[in-house]
Structure formats: C-alpha cells, structure tokens
Ligand binder design. Structure first.
Ligand SMILES: Cc1cc2nc3c(=O)[nH]c(=O)nc-3n(C[C@H](O)[C@H](O)[C@H](O)COP(=O)(O)OP(=O)(O)OC[C@H]3O[C@@H](n4cnc5c(N)ncnc54)[C@H](O)[C@@H]3O)c2cc1C
Length: 395
C-alpha cells in the first residue's frame, strides 16, 4: 500500500491541535483522529505560562486566548495564619518574554480557537469518533487502524504523533512502558462563582495556601474560582463528590464563610509517570501520552504544548528535507530529559512545599524574593523558560 503523504495525529486535545497548527503553518498536510464525538469540554488545565503564550502567538492563537482568559501577572504563597508569605511578579522577566504573565483560561477554549483557525485549511483534516487502535510501521511510513462506526479502517502517513492522552492507545500499541507512581491521595477541584477578593483583599489570581493537613490553592478563571484540595485515601470517592463534603472543605478557606454556590466539583487521581521513550521509529509521543504529573505549578498541558512545538518544528524540517531525519532523535533527548529533570521534579517539590507548615518554605522564598538575581532565576524556572533553555542546551 502506498504511504499517504501526510502526518497523522492521534487526539484533538491541546497538544494534538497545537501540533497540527504548527505543521499546517509549515506547509505539512495533517490528518487528526479524535476518539470523542467533539472537542472535549472537560474542566481541566487552566494556566498558560509565558513561553507557551509566546509559542501560541506565533500560531495566531495567543490573542484570542488572552481575550477569553484572565491575565495574571502575580502569584503568591500564603498560610491561613500568616496571610501572604511571599508574592512574585512575572513583570521581572519582561525582557525574555512578550507575555510576562500567566493567562488563566480553560484548555477547552484553546482547542476551540485552534480548531476554528484550522478548519477549512486545505492541508488539514480532522475526524471525530475515530480512535486510533493500532500502529504498524515500515521504513517509509506508519499505518494506523482507526475504528469508525464499528468498522476498522487503515490510514497511513509519513509520521505519527500520539497525542491521545494519559491512556494513550498509541503508546500501548507501540509497547512503550509508562513507569512512575500514583499518589495515594486524589485531588478535588471545587469551582465557585464566589469572588474571594471581597473577603481576602490582598488575594491575587493564583494563590497557593500551605497547610500540612489540607493545603489548597485558589485559581481564578473568568467568572469562577477553582479551589483545589487533596483528598486522603480513607475518604471515599462518594464522600468526596458529595456537595456537603465540598462545602465542609470550602468552609475551611475563609473563617466565617461556610455556604458557597458550587458550580462544579471534579475528583481525579494524580500520577507521576514518564514514558520510557518519546520516539519509536516513525511514531512519537507528546503531551499526556508521554508524561503526566500533578497539577501544582500548571506544567502538564504547558509541557505538552512545548513538546508539540519542539517536535513539529523538527518534522517540518524533515518533511521539507532541510533537516536530516536523524535530527528527530533530538526530540526524545531534549523533551524527555527536561520532563524528568524539571517537570516531574518541580511538580513533586511543589506538592511537598504545600504540604509543609510553610515556615521553612517561607524562609527560603523570602531569601529568593529579597535578591533580584535569585528572583529572576526563580521566575524563569516557574514560568518554564528555564526548562526550554535547558532543552536547547541538550543539543
Ligand atoms: C480532571 C483533570 C484536571 C486537570 N487539571 C490540570 C491543571 O489544573 N493544570 C494542568 O497543568 N494540568 C491539568 N490536567 C492535565 C491537563 O489537562 C493535561 O496535561 C492536558 O489535557 C494534556 O493535553 P493532551 O492534548 O496531551 O491530552 P488530552 O487533553 O487528554 O487530549 C487527548 C485527546 O485524545 C483523545 N483520544 C484518546 N484516545 C484516543 C485514541 N485512541 N485515538 C484518538 N484520539 C484519542 C481524547 O478524546 C482527547 O481529546 C488535568 C487533567 C485532568 C484529567
């Protein structure tokens, strides 16, 4: 069978569609296969970091995202007892990013923006209700088995990007291990339209509250505040998802306020896993298919978008013949190492910091905040710019 001249992508999440947008922009034909009947509406990641916005800007997607989101130049750490421990402002790194702030906006807004822009492009095709179930490779291309309306179809392409999420069928079909661990506690996100700034005047849009028993963080998105709590192993899913339980957790956020309007409640398991390899022949893994981590620091989706841009920039070069195919190996080297060294390590450390009483953590943060050079480096790390620089250094 002749190989179709396109790149195949499994999954139309933020990573799959960013990959598609960058390939189409580079003149490469793309076919995306999405398991669901439409783009996901799930309430999941909601933080876009400065370098991610810089990347999306080159795709024409940052401006509409910013227009639909909330710009958050500052973030803070607090304890309930001491109030603000320390606050940082991304304005200090305005010399290295065109977007010295986070944008708080649900990931489903990004996928809609990208799809809107890609729709109708002659090099772009997206099929819903079409999960990729099996991958086979030859020296010149990849063949995938797509399930459609109860039947199996075969499609082919020169390369395949598995951006099909944490339970990736592409990863399973390629036989790539996904080692790591699952935290014993789960995380509960309670979303409320309540404006906490009316009762906590010095609150900023991103606020982490350290507490050894029930740390939490408050993330403002347009019209809603998302409050995240850890749920202990002995607290059942049924209990955690009950409205009364959510109210009891929320009652601990601000003394004296106990009944909140709750828009929705989401409970989820949290993992730290990194695929053994991000490349197998002509197939690649990106985003959650390649790595998953706890959401503290908002690095999951951002790291996935960084994967998508790194990989597709190389694939455009390989497609045009301006970059040797052997160069594609760098994707695995750069992104996998950065994921291990930076995203996994930092997200685990962020969790440990929040679980502490905040005293030691506050001392070290105060030292950083008092020193302009250290604050600058800290902001480069938190914004993920340091991880991108590290990836470049890896060659
Ligand atoms: C409940 C929840 C809350 C989260 N909160 C945060 C947060 O606050 N901050 C943060 O940084 N991260 C968070 N995350 C993680 C973040 O959502 C992910 O990192 C991000 O969605 C990764 O994007 P992705 O495109 O790689 O995968 P996904 O968004 O999972 O997209 C994968 C897509 O592939 C499709 N698909 C699945 N199987 C197949 C197949 N076989 N063939 C074709 N298509 C397939 C799926 O339907 C889906 O549309 C959260 C995750 C969950 C589950």
């Amino acid at each position: 069978m002749a190989i179709e001249q396109r790149i195949l992508i499994a999954g139309a999440g933020p990573v799959g569609l960013t990959a598609a947008a960058n390939l189409v922009r580079g003149g490469v034909p793309v076919a995306v296969f999405e398991a669901g009947p439409d783009l996901s509406e799930e309430s999941r990641a909601s933080t876009f970091h400065p370098p991610t916005l810089d990347m999306l800007d080159r795709l024409g997607a940052a401006e509409p995202l910013i227009a639909q989101g909330l710009t958050a130049p500052q973030f803070q750490y607090r304890t309930k007892r001491h109030g603000v421990l320390v606050q940082f402002d991304f304005g200090a790194i305005a010399d290295v990013t065109a977007h010295p702030y986070r944008v708080q906006c649900e990931q489903s807004k990004l996928t809609r923006i990208l799809y809107q822009q890609l729709r109708g492009a002659p090099n772009f095709e997206l099929q819903f209700d079409s999960p990729i179930r099996h991958v086979a490779q030859s020296s010149g291309g990849v063949e995938v088995t797509v399930e459609r309306k109860g039947r199996s179809e075969t499609r082919s392409g020169r390369w395949l990007i598995g951006a099909d999420g944490a339970r990736s069928d592409v990863r399973r079909s390629l036989g790539i291990e996904f080692p790591g661990f699952t935290w014993p506690e789960r995380f509960l996100v309670v979303s409320t339209p309540f404006d906490f700034r009316t009762v906590i005047p010095d609150l900023v849009a991103v606020s982490y509250v350290c507490d050894p028993e029930r740390w939490h963080f408050l993330l403002q998105i347009p019209g809603l505040c998302r409050v995240m709590f850890p749920i202990a192993p002995h607290e059942s899913d049924e209990l955690a998802l009950s409205r009364e339980f959510a109210q009891s957790l929320m009652a601990g956020v601000v003394p004296g306020i106990s009944r909140y309007e709750v828009a929705h409640v989401t409970l989820y398991k949290v993992h730290q896993r990194v695929a053994k390899v991000f490349r197998h022949g002509r197939a690649f893994l990106a985003g959650d298919a390649a790595h998953i981590n706890n959401p503290l620091g908002g690095m999951g989706m951002n790291g996935g978008i960084h994967d998508a841009i790194n990989l597709t920039s190389r694939l455009v070069g390989a497609w045009r013949g301006s970059e040797a195919e052997s160069e594609l190996e760098r994707y695995d080297r750069q992104r996998r190492l950065v994921t291990l060294e930076y995203i996994e390590k930092q997200s685990i450390q962020n969790k440990r910091n929040l679980e502490s009483d905040g005293i030691e953590f506050a001392r070290s943060l105060a030292e950083i905040a008092a020193d302009a050079g250290r604050s600058y480096d800290y902001l480069l790390r938190v914004s993920m710019i340091a991880s991108l620089r590290r990836a470049q250094e890896l060659g």
